[in-house]
Design a protein around this ligand. Structure first.
Ligand SMILES: [Zn+2]
Length: 463
């Protein structure tokens, strides 16, 4: 049954009134490998996501949001713990999130939320221990051959949506619940239905020429032989996922679940698609890899006084998500092992565009030890950290040279200013080194079992 909106006017520490909302239903959607700038509301000229675009229009849409890693396991671990990978130590796929960390699902279960997860693939199976706190944790049973002929276990958005809707219909969802749905479609292998491919492929001739010019000139695809056909399939997978995400959303109203519901929608990381001469993810932390959509959608926005808007003047990080959800419930991630890095986005959600609220000064991401058998002198073997504000982005590297970009003028990070912008260089380098010194515990997370490692090898994550 739908219940009345539950909200209360409370007073924050500074004495300013602030709205507290207590959503009874919280839906977190993570879309694997969804690059933000392939969405229409990030300026992409193809309609890859009609549902998400219409939802973003009715939501608080953070357009300067970043993940902490371009790798599934570390990224989701931060999204659930509000800790950086340096702290929770899941720095590669195939590592296990320790039981000692408090996850968002555990915190919500403690508050009486029924918890359920529907996971489509990748590095999030039970042994990743992302499952902690979930009473229901469904993963795909089917295996399929990927483009290299290896068997991988994943499922498409239609099946994941079906499974989530079945759970909503069982009655487990009658009270308060936290539902996490993970979609995998924009990840390899890219095998969209023809219908969705037709929906995103420009007409031959001038439209195709214009779109390819956009990809190479605006999105800085510098590969010698751009794989445009692969990009069309990638866009079609987004379109397919978008249709089934829309179907999940539409399933709530007939079940009486469409009031007092909060939706949070994001991606775990992006994809190279030829920018920086790289087609996948996992290896780099340029912004095509870590800039992600982040949408907070309230079913009762009008009644709550939440005015839908695009927030492009504040940075947001994945670690902010659990803190914001708990803040809306009047709580925190109690008992977390390690210093919580998230800041509540609640003031930005409720205060409106003109509000003078405390904002995050930077966003921080990392890439460590991606392939375990790289020798120490391999350029990809070392650690990389990225720090960015609205103007600059600094890439710190333990092996090889550091990089500095003016991302306001050069958003695709093509002109390295490390030798010509000494003030930004010194300031940002020192900040990175301070963060790392404060947070790096040098512990290693446990490696998962051999069967899981074999799956990760098939996906290209472990060599
Ligand atoms: Zn991923």
């Amino acid at each position: 049954m739908a219940t009345a909106i539950s909200s209360a006017l409370a007073f924050g520490a500074c004495g300013a009134p602030e709205m507290r909302v207590e959503p009874e239903r919280i839906v977190l959607v993570t879309i694997d490998t969804l690059r933000a700038d392939h969405l229409p509301f990030f300026g992409y000229p193809i309609d890859t996501a009609p549902f998400l675009t219409s939802l973003a229009d009715r939501s608080i849409n953070f357009t300067k949001a970043f993940s902490h890693s371009a790798t599934t396991g570390p990224s989701h671990s931060s999204l659930f713990t509000s800790l950086y990978p340096l702290q929770h130590r899941v720095q590669n796929n195939g590592q296990r999130l320790d039981d000692g960390f408090v996850t968002l699902s555990e915190a919500l279960a403690d508050r009486g939320f029924e918890t359920a997860a529907f996971v489509s693939g990748g590095a999030l199976f039970g042994d990743s221990n992302i499952a902690q706190g979930f009473a229901t944790y469904e993963t795909p049973r089917m295996t399929t051959r990927n483009d290299n002929g290896n068997l991988i276990r994943y499922q498409s958005a239609n099946r994941t949506t079906d499974a989530a809707i079945r759970w909503l219909q069982t009655g487990a969802a009658d009270g308060k619940f936290f539902l996490w749905v993970h979609y995998f479609d924009p990840h390899n292998p890219l095998r969209p239905p023809q219908q969705h491919l037709d929906q995103v492929t420009p007409a031959p001739g001038e439209a195709t020429t214009r779109h390819r010019a956009f990809l190479t000139d605006e999105q800085e695809i510098v590969a010698a032989r751009p794989r445009f056909e692969l990009i069309e399939r990638y866009d079609a997978e987004i379109r397919f996922m978008d249709e089934h995400l829309g179907r999940l959303y539409e399933a709530f109203a007939p079940l009486g679940l469409d009031s007092n519901t909060l939706w949070v929608i994001t991606a775990d990381h992006g994809q190279g698609l030829g920018t920086h001469k790289w087609w996948g993810h996992h290896r780099y932390i340029y912004n095509e890899q870590i800039r992600v959509p982040l949408i907070f959608h309230f079913s009762d926005a009008d009644a709550l006084g939440v005015e839908p808007r695009t927030v492009d003047d504040a940075l947001a990080e994945h670690v902010d998500v659990p803190v914001t959800i708990m803040d809306l419930l009047g709580g925190t991630l109690d008992g977390q092992r390690g210093q919580v890095q998230g800041r509540s986005l609640t003031p930005l959600i409720f205060a409106g565009a003109e509000a003078d609220v405390d904002r995050r000064a930077y966003a921080f991401s990392e890439r460590r030890r991606i392939f375990q058998d790289f020798s120490d002198d391999h350029p990809e073997a070392g650690e990389r950290y990225a720090l960015q504000d609205f103007q600059h982005k600094y890439l710190w590297s333990s092996l090889g040279a550091d990089e500095l970009y003016d991302i306001a003028a050069d958003p695709y990070e093509t002109r390295n200013l490390i030798d010509v912008a000494p003030q930004a260089r010194v300031r940002m380098k020192q900040t990175i080194e301070r963060i790392v010194a404060a947070l790096d515990s040098n512990e290693e997370a446990e490696i998962v079992d051999e069967a899981t490692l074999e799956q990760l090898r098939s996906l290209g994550y472990v060599r």
